[in-house]
Design a binder for this molecule. Structure first.
Ligand SMILES: [Zn+2]
Length: 120
């Protein structure tokens, strides 16, 4: 099933407080590329944290399989003044997944654990 495209809603290439373009994860990624440990073409995004939330109404039951709009903020920290900000803000969609079936979470079923359910 084709997913709708992601859409960049906002980009901030400079710190909103001091105007520096020097941010932590971008610097670490640039250092890796300079050292030849990473290909520039597969650069991608390096970020301290990605915050994602989807638009859901907690008062309504979720529709399984429905596409829900979601927002992701790529978070990084300015190396000049320490401000934490979002260089990139993206709109995307997540598909509502059905809850896992009981007993399908993985791990060992209780009856297979030695000693479990076998009184000694
Ligand atoms: Zn700054």
């Amino acid at each position: 099933m084709a997913q709708p495209k992601q859409e960049v809603l906002a980009e901030f290439d400079k710190c909103p407080v001091c105007g520096s373009e020097n941010r932590l994860m971008k610097k670490l990624l640039d250092d890796e590329i300079l050292a030849g440990r990473r290909d520039k073409d597969e650069q991608g995004q390096a970020c301290l944290q990605m915050l994602t939330a989807s638009v859901m109404d907690p008062l309504k039951p979720p529709i399984i399989g429905a596409l829900i709009p979601a927002g992701t903020a790529v978070i990084d920290v300015c190396l000049q003044c320490g401000t934490i900000y979002a260089p990139i803000v993206v709109k995307s969609y997540v598909r509502n997944q059905p809850p896992p079936m009981p007993g399908m979470q993985g791990g060992i079923p209780p009856e297979r654990i030695p000693g479990f359910g076998n009184p000694r």
